[in-house]
Design a protein around this ligand. Sequence first.
Ligand code: FNR
Length: 395
Amino acid sequence: MPAHFPSTATDYRALAARRLPRFLFDYVDGGAGDEHTLAANLDDFAALRLRQRVLRNVDGIDTRAVIVGEDCALPLALAPIGLAGMMARRGEAQAARVAEAAGVPFTLSTVGICPLAEVQAARRTPFWFQLYMLRDRGVVAALLDEAWAADCRTLVFTVDLPLPGLRHRDVRNGLEARGAAGALLRLRQVLARPRWLREVALGGKPLKFGCLAQQVPNASNLDAFKAWVDTQFDPSVTWQDIEWLRARWKGRLLLKGILDVEDARSAVQVGADGIVVSNHGGRQQDPVASSISMLPSIAAAVGERTEVLLDGGVRSGSDIFKALALGARGVLIGRPWVWALAGAGSDGLRDYLGMLRRELYLAMTFAGVTRIADINPDSLHFDPLHSDSLHGGSP
Ligand code: FNR
């Protein structure tokens, strides 16, 4: 039974399950393959323990941080989520507005429902834009120009999607079935969620890909979208394409989807301003390492030369603390923001972001640190995942 007054990401997930048609809930919730990586992203966070320190004068704790040159109320950003506008009415615009009020960056996905202009109109301050490499470089160049014109100055360029991952829940829900059978199954699931039908499917029109309206005009048809992704996402991308991108994009460039030390070094060489250590929330390859388990070695290799962010499995303020202790400058959250928005609307997302800040504040309090910059490996106990990367704490 979902909580009446939701408090955690798990509570919002339960509310989202009640409101969303099954195939949409599973699209957000699921991962690739056997979902081992999806589970490891969470389990490896849960395995870490904070040191409790006392009598250190923790009056006046400050959770503020600068990430990618921006002042934030806490070191957190909303990750790009494709189709968010299918989960809540004009989902990207709503989330962008709530994020601004909470003082954290919002990232609009290439395959978001709301166009750049709509998100821009929802806020007073700039937001981040996420892009995939498409075969048609003319489209990529045009999107970069559009994002710049919409005041986006941080580009999150996702590099871990040469092909979409194989997500069995989507197969089971008929998202890959050609013809009427899949559509019929989805229709039954939609009819079981009349509130979603009213508020989002009808009340949230147009359900098109805002940034790609010209390329995929029939975007509410998932089969047409999938066909477009299959032909347009470019598996031939290399670091040379990133050089091309770097030369073209005048703003800050984050490469998202780095999970290997060598790739992190290449990202620095090619001139990225930062990286997001990420396995796409366990949605691409399974099994690969959890992102938190790769963070210490990547941060040790490139953390002095570039800004290291992380996503995958961050659900609470103490998770944010743990990622910072292992070398991240900040984190992104994906599923949790969609669950909160889909399950409890913009108030739900506001409350969830407020709860993350409160939990981070408490984690700092009990670790005896008052500034974000003072969080370090000593704030954690012996780390069973990466014992050699940590010092301090007891085994
Ligand atoms: C994503 N993610 C993603 N990433 C990206 O660069 N562009 C995109 O369009 C999407 N779309 C998307 C849809 C859905 C439903 C999910 C769950 C994820 C990945 C996302 O940005 C982020 O890397 C992960 O969600 C982080 O993991 P958590 O926080 O969900 O555990």
